[in-house]
Design a protein around this ligand. Structure first.
Ligand code: HEM
Length: 402
């Protein structure tokens, strides 16, 4: 079986020279200029300065519910930032917007924000403008507007299997339809797990939640898969719940309780005890963490979560309860986990360039060139070509073409 063969192929990594968004843009510009198309580049915006415990939101960022053409999607953090105008309220954002807003609103470390946003823009957004829809596909992301379809789809964060994946805390698996809206029943399930941890949505509660969602997906979703690249990101996102949504710094007195968490997920309690979905917002009287949560912090929390739950990456083979583990060297330390993620970035094809096949390889390398310097501290081993094919095949499955 093809899936079995793919799952038998395994890890290892790459080393590419440093480059930048502008170099990647050049690759595209050259091609598009050859095709008679022109590009307008905008200047990057300055980053916000973050220091100490700060009450959020400030007076300049009041809550406003999104309008009908504003994009919102699977990420409660970005939805909250857009509903308060830290991100553009229309939900069409650039990388500079994300770096600035995640620092200002949540004290996300610049290295973490850069890695996560680069992956998102490469796989769900527009490589030229660095614009991304934080919800569904939208002509406003591409500098080509509706002509973008010539090159491929810019799916936005809702797009399944580029970044968004199964076993989310409060979103259904894509197999069941809507993979981006907060589901009140899943929120209630998360709350019942927090109740077993003194009402706290702490890392221990997230471990139980991740394991439960994994078991539920294996038992109910025949198309379930949790693979690099999306698997580690899915687990990292669970660690964001205590790390960023706590009132104050988690682990240093910050509290991830119901009052803090429910507002970020847009979970409003009804008189009958059930929940309904409302736009996400900062809770009242809320203080952002005082120290940045950085890439290495995220890897450390993720490794802890993976090791204590025994969760392995893999996929159901077309029917429920048929899970096949990916034969991937287990990450025993932060460096190993970082390198697994970096390998997976190398192997995935950005959806926006799925059509001009001849430059796909070049673009993948360019995306990795952007990511690679950010992984410099993790000592990843050198590239093994067979791994590229393994992940390219996985990517075909991800894109539904196999
Ligand atoms: C830096 C840019 C960011 C991008 C591109 C991004 C993107 C995403 C995406 C695509 C998902 C869905 C993952 C899945 O299906 O498993 C997600 C989930 C999530 N994100 Fe973000 N995110 C970002 C920053 C943040 C920040 C700053 C926070 C918190 C303050 C956050 C909190 C979360 C949480 C808690 C989830 C899990 C939701 C659930 O499973 O129900 N994210 N994010």
């Amino acid at each position: 079986m093809k899936l079995l063969a793919i799952l038998a192929l395994t890890s290892v990594t790459y080393a590419f020279p440093a480059t930048s968004w502008s170099k990647l843009a050049e690759t595209f510009n050259e091609r598009r200029i050859r095709n008679g198309l022109h590009v307008r580049q905008s200047d990057p915006e300055p980053l916000a300065v973050v220091d100490g415990l700060t009450k959020i939101p400030d007076d300049d960022h009041p809550f406003m519910a999104p309008g009908p053409t504003d994009q919102r999607g699977p990420c409660p953090g970005l939805n909250t930032l857009a509903n308060h105008g830290y991100l553009p309220r229309n939900g069409i954002v650039t990388q500079a917007d994300i770096l600035s807003a995640t620092a200002a609103g949540f004290n996300m470390g610049a290295d973490l924000a850069e890695v996560v946003s680069t992956i998102a823009i490469a796989y769900d957004g527009d490589l030229i403008t660095s614009r991304l829809s934080i919800g569904g596909p939208d002509n406003r992301t591409s500098f080509l507007g509706s002509l973008q379809n010539i090159f491929g789809v810019e799916g936005g964060l809702d797009h399944h299997a580029s970044f968004e994946t199964d076993t989310s805390a409060t979103r259904d698996d894509a197999f069941f339809g809507n993979d981006y809206t907060m589901m009140p029943n899943l929120y209630a399930q998360m709350k019942s797990i927090a109740a077993q941890h003194g009402g706290l949505y702490n890392l221990d509660a997230m471990k139980d939640l991740q394991l439960l969602r994994y078991q539920q997906s294996i038992a109910t979703n025949p198309t379930f898969y949790l693979l690099p690249l999306q698997g580690p990101l899915n687990v990292i996102a669970k660690t964001f719940i205590p790390a960023f949504f706590s009132n104050g710094t988690y682990g240093a007195g910050g509290v991830p309780n119901e009052a803090s968490i429910s507002a970020f997920f847009g979970a409003e309690l009804l008189p009958n005890g059930s929940f309904t979905a409302v736009p996400e917002r900062f809770p009242d009287n809320w203080y952002r963490r005082g120290t940045p949560f950085q890439l290495s912090d995220a890897f450390e929390a993720t490794l802890d979560l993976l090791n204590s739950t025994g969760i392995v990456f893999g996929a159901n083979a077309g029917q429920v309860n048929s899970f096949l583990p990916l034969d991937l060297a287990a990450a025993t330390n932060v460096n190993g986990l970082a390198c697994i993620l970096r390998d997976a970035i190398q192997a995935n094809v950005p959806t926006s360039i799925s059509q001009p096949i001849e430059i796909v390889e070049q673009v993948i390398s360019s995306v990795v060139d952007l990511i690679d310097p950010l992984f410099g501290d993790f000592g990843c081993p050198a590239f093994n070509a067979s791994q590229t094919q393994a992940y390219a095949a996985i990517n075909k499955i991800n894109n539904g073409s196999s």
